[in-house]
Design a protein around this ligand. Structure first.
Ligand SMILES: [Zn+2]
Length: 153
């Protein structure tokens, strides 16, 4: 049996629960209650640690129409090759524009070990790369529970 991340979906309009389950998130129809077609899907990060085989999953939440409104929430769950471990690990990225939050977690699906755990303001993350702020009174990343040597390369 393949275990995936647990997910729940709710309507961004009326907050009705549209569905929940484990594994790949299916196509979600418009909300039967209010007709809004912008479900918000939440993936439980804790359960992702137990994922054995990951399929790329992308979840985008939007307050308006595609092409007119930027998504306020963009979550991706997918495989990422670890050179150190020489196998695939699972990467979860969340871009949450409503809350100005960028979260990135990389989890070893075999051991459940968190290899990377970043949570920072999304505004700090703009311009992907080595945009180092010379002065910052806040730490760049949240405390990493795992050994610092366990960083992905
Ligand atoms: Zn609704």
């Amino acid at each position: 049996m393949t275990e995936h991340a647990a997910w729940t979906a709710e309507c961004s309009g009326c907050r009705a629960t549209l569905g929940h389950g484990n594994g790949a998130v299916p196509e979600l129809a418009a909300c039967p209650a209010c007709g809004a077609n912008s479900p918000v899907v939440q993936i439980s990060v804790h359960d992702v640690a137990r994922v054995e085989v990951a399929e790329d999953t992308r979840v985008v939440g939007r307050h308006g129409e595609v092409g007119k409104v930027k998504p306020y929430l963009d979550q991706r769950v997918g495989d990422d090759w670890s050179h150190r471990l020489r196998r695939f690990v699972q990467r979860i990225r969340i871009l949450d524009r409503d809350n100005n939050r960028y979260v990135e977690k990389v989890v070893d699906p075999e051991t459940g070990e968190v290899l990377r755990d970043v949570e920072e303001p999304l505004s700090d993350h703009r311009g992907h790369g080595s945009a180092k702020q010379p002065s910052s009174d806040a730490p760049q990343t949240s405390p990493i529970k795992s050994d610092p040597q366990e960083k992905l390369r």
